[in-house]
Design a binder for this molecule. Structure first.
Ligand SMILES: *Cc1c(COP(=O)(O)O)cnc(C)c1O
Length: 356
């Protein structure tokens, strides 16, 4: 079976070269006679893997020494809880830009713990900053850089001003450069762009980490994880190892700038097809369309199932949109090769032609 053209939203396609390396090392990691899965997280072999992964990520994103890089568990969702717990005290105000499903979930969770306010709400575009209602005493401003389900993406990032800017970059981290220094905290789960599920990277400015003694929870305290180099409890060693391989693979490809060029070329191919088509429709404002999460619907929705069935026969998989909104979605993460995008574009063009 050849590798599938896999457009899954997450867990998602990983680079074939990295998967082959994992397979080669699976039973015998570099002459140890053991798998990475089978060794202690405190062994020098794993400590080397862990610190190398952190170094590579710091290099990719230009992360300064004034930031911790943490490798945590609990998915992106646990950050919905950790961020308000760590960056604000009970009763304090925190601000959220609500641009879709994921920012709304984060806002809801923050509202259980702190006084969470909405700065702006829009689901088919990024509301212009001039319309945002900022709150004078807020402790941070929260955005979702790419709304994975609808396909709305910040094309440029706002300024936090006097307060830290916090970003859920789960679905577009490492697909474009980010000026880390303009954020207080950036986080992303691995299963979209840099690894298997079960790992979340948190990049946090050191001065934002609170004393664990003042925290409602030790486990949910960033300082606790920073002090123990993300080994407060046993980390997801295997996912951490694969993430490190993918960071090095991205570096070898030319870094995040190269990923951005590829991502733009991949998404342009799909959007050009959608824009020229009478069958495929995009509801997202062109100025905010995502270069990684491409969503569309069919003008004739009775063809939905047929499209999925025929795609499958062409070895094209996971095009079904999120259950919350339906339609279709092609995720063009770093691990999705150009030839898969070409296969998809050819298939969609042919499908439209045969329908007429
Ligand atoms: C996938 C995703 C999440 C949820 O990730 P989990 O690891 O399942 O918690 C949150 N935010 C964004 C933007 C996502 O794409």
């Amino acid at each position: 079976m050849p590798r599938a053209h896999n457009f899954s939203a997450g867990p998602a396609a990983l680079p074939t070269a990295v998967m082959a390396e994992v397979q080669r090392d699976l039973l015998d990691f570099r002459g140890t006679g053991m798998s990475v899965m089978e060794i202690s997280h405190r062994s020098s072999t794993f400590m080397d893997i862990a610190s190398r992964a952190e170094r590579s990520l710091r290099e990719l994103l230009g992360v300064g020494d004034d930031y911790h890089v943490l490798f945590l568990q609990g998915g992106a969702r646990l950050q919905f809880t950790m961020i308000p717990l760590n960056l604000a005290a009970p009763g304090e105000v925190v601000e959220y830009v609500n641009t879709g499903y994921w920012s709304q979930k984060a806002l809801q969770e923050a509202g259980r713990l702190r006084d969470a306010k909405t700065v702006a709400t829009a689901y088919d575009h990024i509301p212009p900053e001039s319309t945002w209602k900022r709150h004078p005493n807020a402790k941070y401003l929260y955005i979702t850089t790419n709304e994975t389900i609808s396909g709305v993406q910040f094309q440029s990032f706002p300024e936090g001003g006097d307060i830290p800017l916090v970003a859920d970059a789960s679905s577009d981290i490492l697909t474009r450069p980010m000026n880390v220094a303009s954020f207080g905290l950036i986080y992303a789960c691995a299963q979209k762009n840099f690894g298997p599920a079960g790992l979340t990277v948190v990049i946090i400015r050191k001065d934002l980490c609170r004393d664990p003694l003042q925290s409602e929870s030790a486990y949910l305290n960033y300082s606790m994880h920073a002090e123990s180099t993300s080994m407060y409890n046993t980390p997801n060693t295997f996912a951490w190892y694969i993430a490190g391989l993918i960071f090095d693979w991205i570096l070898a490809q030319g870094g995040v700038e190269a990923m951005q060029r590829q991502c733009e070329e991949k998404s342009r191919k799909l959007y050009d097809l959608i824009d020229a088509s009478d069958l495929y429709l995009s509801v997202i404002a062109p100025s905010c369309r995502s270069s990684v999460s491409i969503t569309f619907t069919l003008a004739d929705s009775t063809l939905n199932q047929r499209l999925l069935d025929e795609a499958k026969r062409a070895n094209i998989h996971n095009l079904k949109g999120h259950r919350a909104i339906g339609g279709f979605r092609a995720s063009l993460y770093n691990g999705v090769p150009m030839k898969s995008v070409d296969a998809l574009v050819d298939f969609l063009a042919d499908f439209e032609q045969r329908r007429c």
